[in-house]
Design a protein around this ligand. Structure first.
Ligand code: AMP
Length: 249
């Protein structure tokens, strides 16, 4: 059984994003980029399934600029067997990524596609769902536990009131939640081994996918800065302010 894992190169989660002065987007110049954290969990899960004998091959796929190769090398250092980069400098929106993923799924025929539940840069939470619709395959989003046996995936999902367990007939699509696993530490020998693993490059045109953006970003703004606090002389003054000024009690 093949597993395809989608990995996106995003601004590192430790970096505080800076909005461009013209409000057209986030300034990425000189900013540290890393694998989307939910995708790291997706790669880890796929590799664990392979280690348990439930899968035979793990393929990592990224869509974007040439530098996404680094993200794919990280996926292979975690344990993916090979990687595919759909290379384009066009700004990719979820529908375009879902169409590119579909084209690769049609070619590779994986029994399972694992994606992150959302990319921490656009926070769209759309790509997995769009891919499931385009492929007309069952999906389980926000997975916190995955078991694969007898042509089925048993997926526990984090929902508002607690946990929900689904049984999906493979082939299927799963998106990962934070508590699914804790990705392993990538060791130096595995980073070295990953350099030798195959990385295939393909262009969207070769897959006959139109990746032109459909949505225009009108404006990006920073959240308003916090106002300076004040000191109150005693608890009575604090309670008075909370009651009469902030009106929170
Ligand atoms: P989103 O719908 O943008 O929040 O992204 C959800 C998931 O789709 C991510 O966690 C990735 O697994 C996958 N994804 C989104 N964009 C890309 C991309 N450019 N390349 C590879 N995977 C992606």
């Amino acid at each position: 059984m093949k597993i395809l894992v989608a990995v996106k190169r995003v601004i590192d989660y430790n970096v505080k994003p800076r909005v461009k002065s013209d409000g057209s987007g986030i300034d990425l110049a000189g900013v540290k980029m890393s694998m989307n954290p939910f995708d790291e969990i997706a790669v880890e899960e796929a590799v664990r399934l392979k280690e348990k004998g439930a899968a035979t091959e793990v393929i990592a796929l990224s869509c974007g600029v040439t530098q996404c190769q680094e993200t794919l090398r990280t996926a292979m250092a975690i344990g993916a067997d090979r990687a595919i980069l759909v290379e384009t400098a066009v700004e990719l929106q979820p529908l375009a990524v879902a169409k590119l993923l579909k084209a690769i799924v049609d070619k590779e025929q994986p029994a399972l596609v694992i994606l992150g539940k959302q990319a921490i840069d656009d926070d769209c939470n759309q790509t997995g769902q769009m891919l499931a619709a385009l492929l007309d395959r069952p999906q389980a989003t926000f997975a916190s536990k995955v078991e694969v046996a007898d042509g089925k995936a048993r997926v526990t999902r984090e929902v508002d009131g607690g946990l929900e367990t689904l049984s999906l007939t493979l082939p299927a699509i799963i998106t990962t939640d934070l508590r699914l696993n804790e990705p392993r530490y990538v060791t130096l020998p595995n980073i070295m081994k990953a350099k030798k693993k195959p990385l295939e490059m393909v262009k969207p045109e070769a897959l006959a996918v139109d990746v032109a953006p459909r949505i225009t970003t009108l404006k990006v703004t920073e959240p308003p800065g916090r106002k300076a606090g004040i000191k109150v002389p005693d608890v009575a003054a604090l309670v008075d302010k909370l009651k009469n000024e902030a009106k929170v009690i």
